[in-house]
Design a protein around this ligand. Structure first.
Ligand code: FES
Length: 317
């Protein structure tokens, strides 16, 4: 992926948006207009100490003077969100990559949004855009553990939005989980956008297997589809067209290994959600970790940015 232009932006607000969630507002220090963005876009921020992390924009894309993000302080994560929440305050300056969008709101007659926890951020931007532009009808299912962990409740109680929102809190009890099956049982012409924890996205993926795949959109949002797992092992890959043979180490993706051995593979999200890196499997037993392919498609394809294997894979590349 090409890197986006770098901006030096001032933090003009840093304040709690919900329990464990901090809202940040970023503006140009001289008040200059910012590069525009579309609903669903994200920015990448260089954090204190060096790591770069991406965060979805949650303000109205019509706003050209600020970016707004909301960050969950995730103590189980890689430390980026803790640094941002604990160390960055109003008045600080951050290096920010201009917005990119891998979760674009495509034209559709209606939309179903499913947001889990902090996954509300890109969807809030979409909803603000739809309301501001008089767009097609939508309904949001916003699922959090408790009411205090739900961000933007005031915005969602706006009379223009509230009738189109279902809020549900499960208190962390699987028996109290919201039943989305009635929502997805009968496919409609709506497009579905889901962003949240990996178990929620996997459950929605499983419930929508009979929907057209072009109508389904998932945002990984750092939930770790590509993250190494304890059960990962190295495995060999052979590229049938070039004849290249190599091992994919733990911590390396097939996509990275293919490129290192001369293969040209298009990619975009590199998180198993966009479908760009689909590669045909000639032989082998992939460990599918994407949110794109249907069970039928998985018979002959895999997404090489996230999926792995435990034995030899032969790919059509
Ligand atoms: Fe998006 Fe692999 S690059 S699914």
């Amino acid at each position: 992926m090409e890197s986006a232009p770098i901006l030096e932006l001032r933090v003009t607000r840093a304040e709690p948006a919900a329990h464990g969630i901090q809202l940040f507002e970023l503006r140009d220090p001289a008040g200059a207009r910012l590069p525009g963005f579309e609903p669903g876009a994200h920015i990448a921020i260089d954090l204190p100490g060096g790591p770069t992390r991406t965060y979805s924009l949650c303000n109205d894309p019509a706003e050209t003077d600020r970016y707004v993000i909301a960050v969950k302080r995730d103590t189980a994560g890689r430390g980026g969100s803790v640094r941002l929440v604990d160390e960055v305050q109003a008045g600080h300056t951050l290096r920010v990559q201009a917005p990119r969008n891998q979760f674009a709101l495509v034209p559709a007659p209606a939309y179903v949004f499913v947001a889990g926890g902090i996954g509300i951020t890109p969807i809030l931007s979409m909803i603000r855009h739809l309301v501001a532009t008089g767009g097609p009808p939508f309904h949001l299912y916003y699922l959090t553990r408790t009411p205090t962990m739900a961000a933007f409740l005031q915005e969602l109680s706006d009379p223009a939005i509230a009738p189109h929102v279902t809020l549900h809190h499960d208190e962390g009890d699987p028996d109290l989980a919201f039943d989305l099956w009635p929502v997805f049982e009968t496919p409609s012409r709506a497009h579905m956008y889901c962003c949240g924890p990996r178990p929620l996205m996997t459950a929605v993926r499983d419930m929508t297997g009979h929907w057209p795949s072009s109508a389904l959109h998932f945002e990984d949002f750092g939930t770790g589809l590509a993250a190494p797992r304890a059960e990962d092992v190295p495995f060999p890959v052979r590229l049938a067209r070039s004849g290249a043979m190599f091992e994919v180490a733990v911590g390396t993706t097939i996509l990275e290994a293919m490129r290192a051995h001369g293969a040209t593979v298009p990619s975009s999200c590199e998180s198993g959600t966009c479908g760009t890196c689909r590669t045909r499997v000639i032989a082998g037993d992939p460990d599918h970790r994407d949110l794109v392919l249907t069970p039928a498609e998985r018979n002959f394809n895999m997404m090489v940015c996230v999926s792995r294997a435990r034995s030899l894979l032969v790919l059509d590349a």
